[in-house]
Design a protein around this ligand. Sequence first.
Ligand SMILES: [Zn+2]
Length: 153
Amino acid sequence: MEKKIVGFHVDDLGDWVADLECGHRQHVRHNPPWINRPWVLDDAGRESMLGQVLNCKKCNMPAIPGNAKRVTCSPLFDQQMLQQQCSGPQENASDCWIELVVSQGELVYQRHTDHVEGYVIDPEFSAVIPPGTGYTLIPKGDVQMCFHYYEEQ
Ligand SMILES: [Zn+2]
């Protein structure tokens, strides 16, 4: 979804992050020769990008229905448990909506629809897995996460 840039800030690692009108954030790194955004390094360059749009993938994440109540949580998974119990394609075969909450580190959540959409999930951004959704989880290093289950009332 195309969202306007409303501001910029620097993250803990010194990388530039764009603040989007939807409230989400997106890295706008300058990391040549792979990613070239020399404009992000100076005030005038950043100012010239205000009001421009970026594709906000986070806006494509489904939302848990308003009438759904949290019924239970999984134990905490670490990277090793994920690789043992959740490697390869998974499916939410329950009637519940599942919120995947990362408390430490990050992982890639791939949602399988007619194509595959990948999202980086971290402590600031959870995945929502509707009933019947196929997905794959790819831990990136040390990660801790759990599943919260929501039932529509
Ligand atoms: Zn957004």
